[in-house]
Write a protein that binds this ligand. Sequence first.
Ligand SMILES: Cc1cc2nc3c(=O)[nH]c(=O)nc-3n(C[C@H](O)[C@H](O)[C@H](O)COP(=O)(O)OP(=O)(O)OC[C@H]3O[C@@H](n4cnc5c(N)ncnc54)[C@H](O)[C@@H]3O)c2cc1C
Length: 445
Amino acid sequence: MMRYIPSARHADYETGAIPIEHSGWRPEQRLPTHRMLVDDVDTDIVVIGAGLAGASLSLHLAERGVNVVTLEARQPGNGASGRNAGHVQTFLDNLEPLRSWGDRGERFITFFMEHRDIVFDLCARHGIDGDAVKCGMVEAAYRPHAALARKAALWKAHGYDVDVVMAGPLQELLGTGKYRYGIHWREGGRVNPYLFTNGMVSAAVRQGARVFGDSPVIGCHREGQRWRVRTARGSVRAQRIVICTNGHAGNLFFPELARTQYPLLACGMASKPLSPALLDIINPARVAMTHYPTGLYPMVIDGRNRLVTATIPHPGRAHEARTYFAYFLRHLHRIYPRTRDFDIGLGTYWTGITANSSSVYHEDYPKLYQVDDGVLALMNLGTWGNVMGPQLGLSLAQALASERLDDCMLPLEHPEPVRCQRLFEYKTRHLMIPVARVIDHLHLA
Ligand SMILES: Cc1cc2nc3c(=O)[nH]c(=O)nc-3n(C[C@H](O)[C@H](O)[C@H](O)COP(=O)(O)OP(=O)(O)OC[C@H]3O[C@@H](n4cnc5c(N)ncnc54)[C@H](O)[C@@H]3O)c2cc1C
């Protein structure tokens, strides 16, 4: 049965502002909504934004007995966290940027590895029904790549359950002989990020956090030693503010934060549920898949038997759902020729914005900013927030609760504007992705 999907304007696709009802991760049944803030309240810490980062921070602060109020402009998971591709990636592509962090680089990587199961752990511990499955992940390539071999060796040396795999085992895992080389990460997998984010928020409420929806923050100002955070109909007085708005676009409080990242529009789509016969053909091990080196067609099969994928749309054409689904199907049919005999329909299509601290994909690390006295921002989570969002929320909550900010897995920085903020999106959407599509189509990499 088709569920009600509100209409959206082309411009809303282009800005990632289409209603969250378009996201394929929304369940059929409505989740509980969080009421609007209509009073003036006091707390220790106010968290602004309830995506993966803000939800995890609120939960872990509340668990530590900290008095926390969370303000969300709409409802939890409305931002990138309810619109992503559902991959739980438990490794990092490039450790190079960490070298310049000195000891902190070591601390970051240790924390990252120790908590790489955080998505599955949180779901288990708090009874979150987030379709989180540790099904593993395969980076699959048409031919051998030394970079893949080096990556597998690096993480294996760190104790990861990972191997380079050749054509035979790949055929068994993925059900196709098209790939000749790849990495099989037996950790990681998939999650429904919208349900996961909402699950963390509900757990935070159970631990004592007060969460308000439909309460966009419109201003923050000092009141003596404390801060007053204002919404349209209420306010929160707090010792500290932590801003978890990811890109911060359109916000007038601490507007300098909106210049600290490169925004990039991405789109996600989910097929209609597939039959068991078809699922026997496509990816029988049900691992999360990515295509190396282009990264063009990430794919998970979710708990509702749908293929979920994501890509970067052409400039000005983000609303063309059928175009991107057709690209995906073309790829699918090539990797799994037998799927041509089946009718695979597009179920849902949506867009969202990632906020990237670097214009170089693999140098993109999240940021913790000291914005003012008592004001922090945990943002710019880039394209890998499913694991890092919850991890950073945990790490910052530990540091705040113990009053030792230096212990956080991220170094504290001052917000700095990036250069040529729009160039990254221009370069990616006009050049890099179209070229990658041609390379993939012609089987050149
Ligand atoms: C199409 C797509 C595919 C992706 N695929 C993956 C993937 O497979 N795996 C992965 O790990 N990551 C993926 N990502 C990235 C991941 O989704 C993000 O890194 C992550 O969601 C960022 O979380 P966040 O909490 O920082 O931000 P968000 O989820 O954007 O949350 C910010 C919140 O702040 C709120 N807010 C903003 N302004 C205000 C205000 N004034 N007052 C109150 N609240 C405010 C917003 O409403 C929003 O809910 C993908 C992203 C996209 C768009």
